[in-house]
Design a protein around this ligand. Structure first.
Ligand SMILES: O=C(CO)COP(=O)(O)O
Length: 213
């Protein structure tokens, strides 16, 4: 199971969490990635942890003030990027262009979706993976795998109807049991944020997450 930790704009120490994730990944063999703010990509990548951007803009080099250029995210050490997170939604055409921008820059892509129907739609854009995150469960601490297991099953079905696209799930995931439940529902990984970014001891939280994954 892939564990992708989105630090959002939480007031945490991204380098401390990156280093902790690298330690836990090296000790356990689990695949853990950390997605910090764009400004922290390089510092987090320097810890050695697999580092992801939270977003890249659907643009190429040019007159795009304020954009996050995929090429610069990659140059800073990002290996992949989230796209269309529920807190950073894009229009379908922009998701398509952002997937293209990420591919051009050599970044892996996970396109997020709110529900299985959206999973089916974005899977058509050939991302490397899709993620279903019901917005009403994000940040609640109630795991999607427990509160709404059918949404995960339906997302897996929607993606497999399109092709062989890995499916991650997220919202409220914070323990190894949550990760195991997600796996049992057919997910290939999890996305989470507050369970690590707001933890008193992020390394212990990460260790628990990968215990049974
Ligand atoms: O939005 C999320 C990950 O991208 C999920 O957030 P929480 O883990 O805080 O519910």
């Amino acid at each position: 199971m892939f564990v992708l930790v989105n630090l959002k704009a939480y007031p945490c120490d991204p380098v401390e969490i990156g280093a902790a994730a690298e330690t836990v990944a090296a000790e356990t063999g689990a695949r853990i990635a950390v997605a910090p703010q764009a400004a922290d990509l390089r510092a987090v990548a320097e810890t050695g942890v697999e580092t992801w951007a939270q977003h890249v803009s659907p643009v190429e080099h040019g007159s795009h003030t304020g954009s996050t250029l995929a090429e610069r995210a990659a140059a800073a050490g990002a290996e992949g990027t989230l796209l269309n997170h529920s807190e950073k939604r894009l229009r379908l055409a922009d998701i398509d262009d952002a997937v293209g921008a990420a591919e051009r820059a050599g970044l892996d892509t996970v396109v997020c979706a709110n529900n299985p129907a959206q999973v089916g739609a974005v899977a058509q854009l050939s991302p490397d993976a899709v993620a279903v995150e019901p917005p009403e469960l994000i940040g609640t601490g109630t795991p999607v795998s427990q509160a709404d297991p059918d949404v995960v099953r339906a997302a897996v079905d929607a993606a497999s109807a399109v092709g062989d696209v890995p499916v991650y799930c997220g919202a409220g995931i914070s323990t190894g049991d949550d990760v195991a439940a997600a796996r049992d529902l057919g997910a290939d990984g999890v996305l989470l944020a507050s369970g690590v970014a707001k933890a008193d001891d992020p390394e212990a939280a990460l260790r628990d997450l990968v215990t049974d994954s």
